[in-house]
Design a protein around this ligand. Structure first.
Ligand code: ZN
Length: 98
């Protein structure tokens, strides 16, 4: 299905007239003070208004790469204290009638 979209293109959500085609573009983003350039980044570019929409999955993966805390295990889940039940005391049975 994705391949079909790539060959046909998708209608532009901005101008409604153009078709957004799949392109590999250079993605620019700032990481703190550093400008990061990512060549061959998948994006959809409108042939009329030039609107660019970057591939969501690729953005997600890029953010994982750029985020230094990505992939690290989250802080340990708080452990619930399990209150130990007191062992039930055996009641001395009333003496059986014999
Ligand atoms: Zn457009």
């Amino acid at each position: 299905m994705v391949e079909e979209l790539i060959t046909r293109g998708v209608p532009c959500s901005e101008c409604q007239a153009g078709i957004m085609h799949y392109h590999k573009v250079t993605y620019l983003t700032w990481l703190n003070e550093d400008l990061i350039t990512v060549p061959d980044f998948p994006a959809w570019v409108c042939d009329v208004c030039g609107r660019r929409e970057y591939d969501g999955q690729a953005i997600f993966q890029l953010n994982l790469l750029l985020n230094p805390t990505a992939g690290k295990p989250t802080p340990a889940v708080r452990k619930h204290r399990v209150s130990k039940k007191k062992p039930q005391q055996k009641r001395p049975r009333p003496s059986r009638p014999e």
